[in-house]
Design a protein around this ligand. Structure first.
Ligand code: PLP
Length: 510
């Protein structure tokens, strides 16, 4: 299988980025009923090309320019092999001590390498710390639920309890579960044997008052997180401008919304800021937004799924300026940091606070070290978790930070090169300036032409891109995704786009 994967990579450019398959293709290739007796590995192996590869989208093809990049490297693949090979489950320290502690060390490595302040480190004496979520969507959801629990706890608690927590908190070990915050079930004795239970920090009567805020440019995962959390959401209209000439929310707009909502009797409880929006790679102003959140007693979560990796290079540290004001921060090394999906570290300013809100301590999960050891099950939806830190450990050691910085700079260079072609072209215009490997551009005419152009490009199958839409204007996004994409491929993409445009304009004129 390793040889097969190596060959796949070597011959990837000979394939087509997008497959010609149609929905339902599987029923011609795979029997509807499971096998009754074992088949030979040779027979199974022989089906891989036909079933899996011929009918897949090749994310690492040099002509794949859709969505955002997904990362891959040989050391990372080795991490996944070892994780699958030893097949341990790490829901608690006891269930997998090395999984838990290597994760603590590796998220600290990542934090230091992108310039996160020490207050987020597991090795720091303070209450901050990090762990690895599966995806940015999970991180956002956990942040929303943590913020929700904090808001409910604050609403219910007397100022005395809040004072007690802040006083005792520093004196206790990092992972100790604080009795003052630990979610306790309240039983209603309608039926003595099967009472109705509500968890006090997740009380629906208070949740109904809560309002979350974010930009109108957030990823769809924020909408989903809010939906699942059952809270109200206010999306604030972004404006174009600032040093990047890209989309962001003006802090005054957030302040006005908070004031308005408080006067209506609602409780503002979280702002989800995006550093590197999916549409245009716009960046929120973390410092002024953070100051407002801190002042208003609101949780600030920072979703930097794609762009966060670029903070590995000192010249892109502007991305996380003000991050020390955030309660939680997350990005996906599985997008641009050579680490295969899934690997989405999340850092908390107070990791034990969130731990307390979701603590469900069944008898069979308890262990003798839980007062002082990290049990990451409390900070995610699922109980079980994989040995994801192996990928960070191998990649950082085998490739080194300087090499990864080089790949990030190459992505930016190629994006800028494509943006230059667009700028020189009379048919097209940049929608916003290219930013860290994402180029947003459009035909100068109207949405209809741009919509048709995207369809013709993707039906042509030589390259793959996806569109974006901001405030009603449709544009094309070209993201530098594959590490095997070169300047030649950028010029090829430009040529294909021009040919497809000719087809669209010809059809329009006929
Ligand atoms: N947030 C942003 C800004 C993104 O761009 C993306 C994906 O591209 C996500 C969240 C979702 O990432 P994941 O697939 O890790 O949930």
């Amino acid at each position: 299988m390793i040889d097969f994967v190596a060959k796949y990579w070597e011959t990837l450019p000979d394939r087509q980025a997008l497959s010609d398959c149609k929905p339902g293709f599987i029923w011609d290739l795979v029997p509807k009923e499971p096998p009754k007796s074992p088949e030979s590995w040779d027979k199974i192996f022989a089906d891989i090309e036909k079933v899996v590869l011929e009918n897949n989208t090749h994310w690492h093809h040099p002509h794949f320019f859709a969505y955002f990049a997904t990362a891959c490297s040989y050391p990372s693949i080795m991490g996944d092999i070892l994780s699958g090979g030893i097949a341990s489950i790490g829901f608690s320290w006891k269930s997998s001590p090395s999984m838990t502690e290597l994760e603590m060390a590796c998220v600290d490595w990542v934090a230091q390498s992108i310039g996160l302040p020490n207050l987020f480190l597991n090795s720091d004496e303070g209450p901050g710390g990090g762990m690895i979520q599966s995806t940015a969507s999970d991180a956002t959801y956990v942040a929303i639920l943590s913020a929700r629990a904090r808001a409910v706890a604050n609403y219910k608690a007397s100022s005395k309890v809040a004072w007690l927590y802040s006083t005792v908190s520093k004196a206790l070990p990092k992972f100790s579960l604080k009795e003052v915050l630990k979610t306790k079930p309240t039983e209603y004795a309608v039926d003595e044997e099967d009472p109705i239970i509500t968890f006090e920090n997740h009380d629906a009567s208070v949740i109904a008052k809560l309002v979350a805020y974010c930009s109108d440019q957030v990823h769809s995962s924020v909408d989903k997180g809010i939906m699942l959390a059952g809270v109200k959401m206010r999306k604030l209209k972004s404006v174009v401008g600032g040093p990047l000439n890209n989309y962001f929310v003006e802090p005054a707009r957030l302040e006005a919304a908070i004031k308005e909502d408080r006067s209506r009797g609602f409780i503002p409880f979280i702002y989800v800021a995006t550093v590197g929006t999916t549409n245009t790679c716009g960046v929120e102003m973390l410092r002024p937004i953070g100051e407002i959140c801190n002042r208003e007693n609101m949780w600030l979560h920072v979703d930097s799924a794609y762009a966060g990796s670029f903070a590995l290079c000192p010249e892109y540290r502007y991305l996380i300026d003000g991050v020390e004001l955030a309660d939680s921060f997350n990005f996906n090394p599985h997008k641009a940091m050579q680490i295969n999906f899934d690997c989405s570290p999340m850092w908390f300013k107070d990791i034990k606070e969130a731990t307390c809100y979701f603590n469900v301590d069944a008898e069979y999960l308890k262990h003798e070290h839980q007062a002082v050891a990290a049990d990451y099950r409390h900070l995610q939806i699922a109980l079980g978790r994989r040995f994801r830190s192996l990928k960070i450990w191998f990649v950082f050691r085998a490739l080194g930070i300087e090499y990864i910085q080089g790949t990030l700079r190459e992505r930016v260079k190629l994006g800028d090169e494509f943006a230059e072609l667009i700028e020189k072209d009379d048919d097209f215009e940049l929608f916003v300036p290219a930013h860290v490997g994402l180029v947003c551009f459009r035909h100068k005419s109207d949405n209809e032409t741009n919509d048709k152009l995207v369809a013709v490009i993707n039906n042509d199958h030589r390259i793959h891109i996806v569109p974006g839409k901001v405030h009603g204007t449709l544009f094309l996004r070209l993201a530098i995704c594959s590490l095997s994409t070169t300047s030649k491929d950028i010029h090829y993409a430009y040529k294909v786009i021009k040919e497809c445009l000719s087809k669209v304009l010809q059809a329009k004129n006929n």
